[in-house]
Design a protein around this ligand. Structure first.
Ligand code: SF4
Ligand SMILES: [Zn+2]
Ligand SMILES: [Zn+2]
Length: 371
């Protein structure tokens, strides 16, 4: 008998199961004669722990080379939440590039009680263990408002927009602002293959061609002194394998309850749909990513078009971040929120909203370990 990990993505959950079976030739690693511990259906590949680690780490390094994500000596600022993706990004960058590149970490505290504080604890612990310098910036400090204060307002006034859309805009504002202040050459995020494929399909469904052009392993089309280039070394790495890598290598990450507001994200619907396809037709996610890369080459703006876009950029009159308007999207949203908050006096959450949050708490991409 031997044991292996079975990874299944179901409705917004990734199930990691320990399985046992009798040994035969089907259960041997593709690279050596040891027992396999994982099967990657899109290959299909069967690997023992050692050869899975090599495969996983080589793809990480290959993604960096293939998309020219950064050069030697460039300063890297990694946005770390404490979740599996950012912790693995930090672990591998530190393992392979800490001698060639200065590395620091940015931890953003969105202000979500009973959730963010637990993840931040793990992020800080990992940085200390690896000897990487970290900085914590909170929504409260930068914008004077927390997610816990914003979300009830959004939940009761649907016209204002989605919760994660707000949170995402504010996080990007902090990341760019802080990366620029600390003179980072690249801002690293932990987005994985599944995140990217979901975003692409969402943008197709929402007819968001501009967003499609701006996405990718190195998102953004305009070079500007005030923009720090973002990069995604896990761009070609499936989420399931990140979980397996953490499990095989005892990498601690936050994997309990997810953000209580995540259930409002439309992305959950796309995740569920795409996971279903990937389970039925292994390799589907890679196929979508390849299509996206081919498409992107054909629709990338010309040099002239980029110059025009560049000229339209100004500095936000409130926070100084680059924007096409007088004030940037983040400041516009924050002002809207603060006005709403005043109207709603002490930001009282109605009973209905409280009930709704409680009921929908666990519907995001939570990892379940069935041992
Ligand atoms: S789930 Fe949404 S609201 Fe919660 S931290 Fe993530 S982006 Fe922000
Ligand atoms: Zn092997
Ligand atoms: Zn601004």
């Amino acid at each position: 008998m031997f044991h292996y990990l079975k990874l299944t993505m179901t409705k917004n959950k990734i199930i990691v199961e320990k399985k046992s079976t009798k040994l035969n030739s089907k259960f041997v690693c593709d690279k050596c004669n040891k027992k396999k511990v994982i099967t990657l259906n899109y290959g299909p590949h069967n690997f023992c722990k050692k050869h899975f680690n090599i495969f996983f780490e080589n793809r990480f390094k290959k993604t960096i080379r293939k998309y020219s994500l950064f050069k030697s000596k460039e300063k890297l600022l990694i946005a770390v939440s404490g979740g599996k993706d950012s912790i693995v990004t930090l672990t591998l960058l530190n393992k392979f590039y800490s001698k060639s590149n200065p590395i620091e970490v940015l931890i953003i505290d969105e202000g979500v009680k009973n959730y963010r504080n637990k993840a931040i604890k793990i992020a800080k612990k990992t940085c200390k263990k690896l000897g990487v310098k970290y900085h914590i910036i909170s929504f409260k400090k930068r914008f004077g408002i927390t997610n816990d204060e914003i979300m009830p307002i959004l939940l009761e006034n649907k016209k204002l927009g989605g919760t994660c859309a707000f949170c995402g805009v504010m996080r990007r504002n902090i990341m760019n602002n802080f990366a620029r202040k600390m003179k980072a050459d690249k801002l690293v995020t932990g987005h994985n293959l599944n995140d990217e494929v979901q975003s692409f399909v969402m943008n197709v469904f929402n007819n968001e061609i501009e967003r499609i052009i701006r996405s990718g392993a190195k998102p953004g089309i305009i070079k500007h002194n005030n923009f720090v280039k973002r990069i995604k070394p896990l761009y070609e790495t499936p989420e399931k394998e990140i979980i397996a890598y953490c499990a095989f290598n005892n990498i601690e990450h936050y994997s309990q309850e997810c953000c209580p507001y995540s259930w409002t994200a439309k992305r959950n619907e796309y995740r569920e749909m795409l996971n279903k396809f990937e389970n039925r037709f292994p390799g589907n996610d890679y196929s979508i990513l390849r299509f996206y890369e081919t498409l992107k080459k054909k629709i990338t703006p010309t040099k002239n078009e980029k110059e025009i876009l560049q000229k339209q950029l100004k500095e936000c009159s409130i926070c100084g971040e680059p924007t096409e308007k007088k004030i940037c999207k983040t400041c516009e949203l924050i002002q809207k929120m603060k006005n709403e908050k005043k109207i709603k006096k002490k930001n009282k959450i109605t009973k209905n909203t409280k009930k709704f949050i409680k009921k929908n708490k666990l519907t995001c991409a939570i990892t379940k370990y069935n041992k």
